[in-house]
Each structure stands twice: as C-alpha cells, then as structure tokens.
Design a binder for this molecule. Structure first.
Ligand code: G
Ligand code: G
Ligand code: MN
Ligand code: NA
Length: 254
C-alpha cells in the first residue's frame, strides 16, 4: 500500500498515468466511450492500481490534486483523440467523495473542459450512491450545475451503496453502472437475473441508460442484450489500456 510520500512524489514527478477501458453498445457493438482508471508508478517502475493507493490518497487529501490531474489528463486525451479522428467518444472519470468536500471541484471540472476546448457533453462523471447521500445539499447544488452545462452523470457500483434511490428524484443522472457483483452470475442464478432485470426496467422507465460492469464472456453480453441492457464494459472487450494501446485497439476494431 502506498505512503503519502510515495503519492506526493508520483504527483510531482510524472508518476501518474491513466488507463482506459472501452464501453460498448450491446446492440450495435459500437464503442461509445471509455472509463479513465488511474494508475500510479512507484520507484522500480511498478504500476499500482487504485486499490493500493486511493485510500491513502483520500486520507492525506492528496486525492484533490490527483483528481485535478485526472480531470485535466482525461480531457487532454479526449481532445487528442478527437484530433486523431475518434469523434463522439465519451470520457468517464471517477470522482471520490473527498474531492466533493473541496469547493474547487466545480472549477476544476470546467477548467479541464475549457482548457482543452471540449464540449461538456464529452465528459461523464462517475459518482457513487454513498457520495450522493452524504452532503446532500452541497452535492445536489454541484450536480445540478454540472447537469445544466451538459456534463453527464453516471452512478458507479450501482446497487452496492445504501439502498436509497432518493437521489434519482433530486437530479437527473444519465446512466446506471450495474456493479459486477450483480452481473457475474445472471447466467446461472435466476434470482441474480431477476435483480438485474428489475434494475434495467427501473432505469428504462426513468429514461436512464444502463451499463453492465465486469463482462468477461460473450454469453453474458448476449444475455444482457436480451434483457435490455444498453452497454457493457469488461475484459471481454478490453482490459484498461494505456492511451496508445487503446487507440490501437480502436483502430483494429474499426
Ligand atoms: O483501476 P481498477 O481497474 O482497479 O479500478 C478500481 C476502482 O478505483 C474503480 O472502481 C474506481 O472506483 C477507482 N478509481 C479508478 N480511477 C480513479 C480515479 O481517477 N479517481 C478516483 N477517485 N477513483 C478511481
Ligand atoms: O470504477 P469501477 O469500480 O467501476 O472500476 C472498474 C474496475 O473493475 C477496475 O478495477 C477494472 O480493472 C475492473 N474490471 C473491469 N472489467 C473487468 C472484468 O471484466 N472483470 C473483472 N474481474 N474486473 C474488471
Ligand atoms: Mn467507475
Ligand atoms: Na464500478
């Protein structure tokens, strides 16, 4: 697990990296977007995944400057891909609850977009249910102003937080990301399938898109498509990839 010093060093010395995982339309097979997933390079060149450093980043407050870097880098990459011919690719960025307690978050988001000449509709922010239930007033105000400017919102790990759906009444989210733990056994388990079907039906009646996380098999993708799920993300399509590898993957697929 990373120390505060290691994270500080990574932040100051070019040690942060984004990998990108595609999000695929289950009906057309088209790639609609990518999720940016943060990696942190340590001495010895070892690449850490978020499980090893997000906790320490949140406790130390370093998640704020790291999150600012993520927003800028994700927007810079989106603009670069647009210039290279990848139009209409949505960039999804994860936000931590700790970032929300910082008054600059709203500015950071708008600056990252404007600084790269991006339409706000290119950016999708992933929030967790628990984040939306904490600080309800502050979060609602922030989220409403993002929505007003055209930024999209997705609920990450949907179904695993406190089981309150109240936030769905207070502002319009665009997408529910159904957590892998629900998806993983829908082929074998009728109960799991019923839960996912209910999530998809609720989302449809609220005019929200659904994306299944952690899809590893064609048979699973096919079942999800039949159930009316809109999109999927998972190792079936690609692991989270460095920018160049993601671009190559896109070219090969086209
Ligand atoms: O990268 P991995 O594939 O291991 O992602 C694990 C989790 O880490 C993700 O589900 C996400 O919640 C979190 N995560 C990844 N990148 C970021 C980031 O840039 N900021 C925050 N706050 N969390 C992230
Ligand atoms: O933000 P979020 O928790 O949704 O981040 C996605 C996480 O899920 C990352 O850690 C990513 O590496 C992981 N992941 C993505 N696709 C798959 C998959 O098909 N199988 C498994 N086991 N994990 C996946
Ligand atoms: Mn996510
Ligand atoms: Na998730």
């Amino acid at each position: 697990v990373a120390t505060r010093e290691a994270l500080q060093t990574a932040l100051e010395q070019d040690g942060l990296e984004l990998h990108y995982q595609p999000q695929v339309d289950l009906r057309s097979g088209q790639v609609l977007g990518v999720e940016a997933l943060l990696r942190c390079r340590q001495q010895g060149d070892e690449l850490m995944v978020p499980g090893a450093f997000i906790g320490a980043a949140e406790e130390s407050g370093l998640i704020v400057p790291m999150g600012r870097w993520v927003l800028r880098e994700a927007c810079r990459q989106t603009a670069a891909w647009q210039a290279a011919g990848l139009k209409d690719l949505t960039m999804a960025v994860n936000l931590s609850a700790v970032q929300f307690r910082h008054p600059e978050l709203m500015t950071d988001v708008f600056d990252a977009l404007a600084g790269n000449g991006l339409d706000p509709g290119c950016l999708e922010l992933e929030l967790t249910e628990s984040l939306l239930l904490q600080n309800a007033a502050l979060v609602q105000q922030t989220v409403r102003s993002w929505k007003a400017r055209g930024i999209r919102l997705a609920i990450d790990d949907f179904g695993t937080g406190y089981s309150s759906l109240a936030y769905l009444k207070h502002f319009k989210v665009d997408k529910l990301k159904i957590d892998r733990s629900f998806i993983i056994d829908i082929l074998q388990d009728e109960q799991a399938r019923a839960i996912v079907q209910a999530m998809i039906q609720m989302a449809r009646s609220l005019d929200l898109r659904t994306i299944a996380e952690g899809v590893e098999a064609v048979s699973l993708a096919e079942q999800l498509r039949i159930m009316g799920c809109d999109e999927a993300q998972g190792f079936l399509y690609a692991r989270p990839l460095p920018a160049q590898a993601l671009f190559a993957w896109m070219q090969q697929r086209a």
